[in-house]
Design a protein around this ligand. Structure first.
Ligand SMILES: Cc1ncc(COP(=O)(O)O)c(C=O)c1O
Length: 451
């Protein structure tokens, strides 16, 4: 079909999420208790998460029905469009066909509400009225604030301090939806006070903010914790992205050869990729590229190990690609990609060679984002810019090799609250960061010993 963008009708919308756990060629190593180092059971997770989400975390079912109440909220912005990036193709003079799945249409402006809404819904259904969480870039915190407002719940967000200072309008969005946001590390929790005592100027990290949010959740009966990435149930909810994309490609009468997404904790990438990984496991020839910043190279330079999800070692141990839970990346503008670990399912796929990792510096990503904005019109989030950079690299390869490949990327979010970062880029105030082997080895030395 020769159209620029494709939507779906109500009847074509996915009614169930896809669970890659059912099809993985190897079993996923179980999460371990941080104290005993034995596999955790549902009871260990019950103080932190809603029962239904714990069940989904461990579910062997391939398809899990999307509750009608969740579909009703999804209707505000879903199905999101699949768009052919014709103008970018022309600018690159590439024979490749480039498509992007535009998740920037959601109220908070990213893919994050795809899981924030079901997480709020299941908690509310179980009588919980208050949720805590961490946020890096502010996208997840604003998504959860939006979701809580839909189900009349309170929302408490610990926002990584450097993002809190860089992104005042993300804070404002959370306030509009009724969220309560504190810069992390904060004085409100033991974990925050411990970090501040050691380094009063700590820029914060997602690992620290997770420690604060988990502590704040277990402190109150009426409160549970929610995580915006990494866990299996988050990957499950995000599969709605790839499931819609498959149907939209049928309308375009095309099919992707290369699937690309940026990865912080992995859910944006997984959301688009996992339904296609199912096809690859059935024998289809598809490449997958997960993109990360060179300044936080979890997949390209991390090791596959059990590690804590947070800095102060409160969470269960997950088997994942990790830079070590004490690794604190520099305050790059792609705050949503500053995480030391990677979703266990994405990590296992990387270990099995199903997906590839690519890492880029922030300056080349901002240049790619500007080209995208000048051709396709939409101003990308700095995280999304990493996927655009990788897409351009692949499209240029097609040009050099004369190959007409079909490339699809997840356009995970818009950058309208990141204009300060663009200003700094244009003013020449942003740097590229890389790590020496010594620095990476130092954080890796703190990995927990598991027999
Ligand atoms: C716009 C955007 N894209 C991608 C990501 C990374 O998401 P994930 O942790 O799901 O990999 C984030 C995280 O905040 C984000 O805000």
């Amino acid at each position: 079909m020769n159209s620029k963008r494709v939507f779906l009708s109500q009847s074509e919308k996915p009614k169930a999420w896809y669970n890659l756990l059912a099809d993985l060629p190897e079993p996923l190593p179980p999460p371990l208790h941080p104290g005993t180092k034995q596999p955790v059971g549902p009871d260990d997770l019950a103080p932190i998460f809603a029962q239904e989400l714990i069940a989904q975390e461990m579910s062997p079912e391939r398809w899990i029905e999307i509750p009608q109440e969740v579909q009703d909220v999804y209707d505000i912005w879903r199905p999101s469009p699949l768009v052919r990036a014709t103008e970018l193709e022309k600018a690159l003079k590439t024979p490749a066909r480039i498509y992007f799945k535009d998740e920037s249409h959601s109220p908070p402006g990213s893919h994050k509400p795809n899981t924030a809404v079901p997480q709020a819904y299941y908690n509310k259904k179980e009588g919980i009225n208050r949720l805590t969480t961490e946020t890096g870039a502010g996208q997840w915190g604003s998504a959860l604030s939006f979701a809580c407002s839909q189900f009349d719940m309170e929302c408490k967000v610990y926002m990584v301090k450097c993002s809190y200072e860089q992104k005042p309008y993300r804070r404002s969005m959370m306030h509009v939806w009724g969220g309560n946001v504190s810069p992390s590390p904060s004085n409100e929790t033991k974990a925050g006070r411990q970090i501040l005592a050691a380094d009063p100027d700590s820029p914060g990290s997602l690992g620290i903010a997770i420690s604060e949010a988990v502590e704040a959740a277990v402190a109150r009966e009426d409160t549970k914790y929610t995580l915006g990435s990494v866990l299996n149930h988050v990957m499950l909810h995000q599969s709605v992205i790839g499931l819609e994309t498959e149907k939209q490609f049928e309308i375009f009468e095309d099919t992707p050869d290369i699937v690309i997404g940026c990865a912080g904790g992995g859910s944006n990438f997984a959301g688009l990729a996992f339904p296609y990984i199912r096809r690859r496991l059935e024998g289809k020839d598809i490449r997958f590229v997960a993109v990360e910043p060179r300044s936080c190279p979890t997949m390209s330079r991390g090791s596959y190990n059990y590690d804590f999800g947070d800095t102060t070692m409160l969470t269960p141990l997950l088997k994942m690609l990790t830079l070590g839970h004490t690794f604190i990346p520099p305050g790059i503008h792609a705050g949503g990609l500053r995480y030391h670990g990677m979703a266990p399912m994405v990590s296992l796929c990387a270990k099995l060679g199903i997906i590839e990792a690519a890492a880029y510096h922030q300056l080349e990503c901002f240049a790619a984002a500007q080209l995208f904005a000048k051709t396709e019109g939409i101003i990308p989030a700095p995280e999304t810019a990493h996927a655009i950079r990788a897409t351009i690299v692949e499209a240029e390869k097609c040009r050099e090799e004369g190959e007409e490949k079909c490339i699809v990327m997840s356009f995970s979010g818009h950058g309208l609250c990141d204009l300060g970062a663009y200003d700094r880029y244009f003013a020449g105030e942003l740097d590229d960061h890389s790590y020496s082997e010594e620095k990476l080895a130092a954080a890796m030395a703190d990995l927990p010993q598991v027999d």
